[in-house]
Design a binder for this molecule. Structure first.
Ligand code: EPZ
Length: 419
């Protein structure tokens, strides 16, 4: 079990390179199954969820080896269509393997996926889309037995723009005869990255980034080398770290076009955020103002994944900021922990009202989920004294080395691994 020790009160001053995006690399690792060939993913982040994907690939008979910061995956020898319940429960993205395995083998056995507890996270949209493409799904003893001897392309209309369902259906549609159009598709940058990966493997996919994605299926796919996009939520975390602690940071590789709503909220709160071709700079010289209401929404709206870190940055702002969480039912689990540091936050249903306080004090706090955990690190930077952050395994799902990155940015943060 490890802890993070963060001593607050020191303005930031430094640079860091933003890691590859977890939420891009996970569906791409599932997509490698489609190729039956070798794929090299450059700049692949070393994360717990990536390790889980590697274990899933190996359990299916594939090879996956690190070569420096590149992950080489060879799915030629895939010989199994079932993922164990233990691996399924490790993370939400295990479900994305379903579309890929069905497209490659015509059958798959999986159970329901795990992941951060943010409220109910069903996969009904994934399953109904796969049924519409011609998959027979039988549930028995918690296992979904899926068979699809002939996937057939057609129009699929999602009732909400689910990121995971869009990805799963894109992968299944690559193995379907004919054309699939996914309407009301998620528009997140990670969907565009998945499309670019599939195109690099020879697939005919267009429209990602808009609400309509078209896949002309049935083409043989081949391996490729690919570099996935920088992680926009890690970048948002470090922008918020600067906003919380004050000072100036430069985030190499971060792309402002992926972070427009976050940068905008920080500017309104009094930070200077600028970008050049190579990254984003942030400077914060004085106490922040409260922000306008922050309403999370599917992309291009304000990302739910950045809600907790922005909240952490505003805990000492002048005035009151209203947050409205519209994507997940239970994404304020970090609030009780922030309250231990002296934050003034009232939650009622989807709404959290943050009233800025003069000072926060370091405390012993517990990570409740990935982004909530990162937000505690951000809050600790603006607290007096030392904070001890426990249950950091949540953070390891999505940040390669949050303490190292924060140190590179000038913070006093260390990870302590207990026996
Ligand atoms: C992805 O999760 C991300 N995970 C999440 O990131 C992110 O918070 C989320 O998209 C929203 O942006 C990955 O990419 C691996 P959804 P996903 O399907 O695909 C409901 C992080 O911190 N829904 O768009 O699970 C669902 O319950 C994580 O990095 C259904 O009702 O998100 C939720 O309320 C956490 N039925 C909403 O849609 C379905 O079949 C959005 O979920 C699918 C989803």
């Amino acid at each position: 079990m490890s802890q993070l020790l963060v001593r607050g009160g020191r303005p930031l001053d430094g640079e860091v390179t933003i890691q590859g995006a977890k939420n891009s690399v996970l569906p791409i690792l599932a997509a490698t199954v489609l190729t039956g060939d070798q794929v090299v993913l450059r700049g692949c982040p070393r994360l717990r969820d990536v390790d889980t994907s590697i274990r899933i690939l190996r359990s299916l008979g594939c090879q996956a080896e690190w070569e420096g910061d590149a992950l080489a995956v060879d799915t030629a020898a895939l010989n199994c269509c079932a993922i164990s319940d233990i691996l399924m429960r490790e993370m939400r993205s295990s479900a994305i393997f379903l579309g890929a395995i069905l497209a490659r083998l015509g059958q798959a056995d999986i159970s329901y996926p795990g992941g951060c507890e943010l409220g109910p996270r069903p996969i009904d949209l994934h399953l109904s889309g796969l049924r519409d493409l011609g998959t027979d799904i039988r549930e028995e003893g918690g296992v979904l037995h899926c068979t699809a001897p002939h996937l057939t392309g057609r129009e699929l209309v999602l009732s909400l723009p689910s990121v995971g369902a869009t990805e799963n259906l894109m992968l299944a549609a690559c193995g379907a005869e004919g054309t699939t159009v996914i309407s009301n598709a998620a528009r997140e940058p990670e969907i565009v990255d998945l499309q670019e990966f599939l195109k690099a493997c020879g697939a005919d996919v267009a429209g990602a980034g808009s609400s309509s994605v078209t896949i002309r299926g049935g083409r043989p796919l081949h391996g490729c080398e690919f570099r996935c996009m920088p992680d926009r939520i890690v970048a948002a975390t470090y922008l918020c770290a600067c906003a919380a602690a004050g000072g100036g940071v430069y985030l190499r590789n971060a792309r402002e076009r992926h972070l427009a709503t976050v940068a905008d909220a920080l500017r309104k709160a009094g930070c200077t955020v600028t970008s050049d071709g190579g990254g984003i700079a942030c400077r914060c010289r004085r106490r922040l103002r409260a922000a306008r209401p922050v309403r999370t929404a599917p992309y291009p709206g304000f990302p739910t994944d950045a809600q907790a870190v922005l909240m952490a940055a505003l805990l000492k702002s002048r005035g009151t900021t209203v947050f409205e969480e519209n994507v997940f039912a239970n994404r304020y689990r970090h609030v009780d922990e922030m309250t231990r540091m002296g934050a003034d936050i009232r939650v009622a249903g989807r709404v959290a009202v943050v009233t800025g306080v003069e000072r926060l004090s370091g405390a012993a706090v517990r990570c409740t989920d990935l982004r909530g955990g990162a937000a505690l690190c951000v809050a600790a930077l603006s607290a007096d004294g030392e904070s001890r952050i426990f249950e950091t395994s949540h953070i390891d799902r999505g940040y390669e080395d949050i303490a190292g990155d924060l140190r590179a940015l000038g913070a006093d943060a260390v990870r302590v691994d207990n026996e």
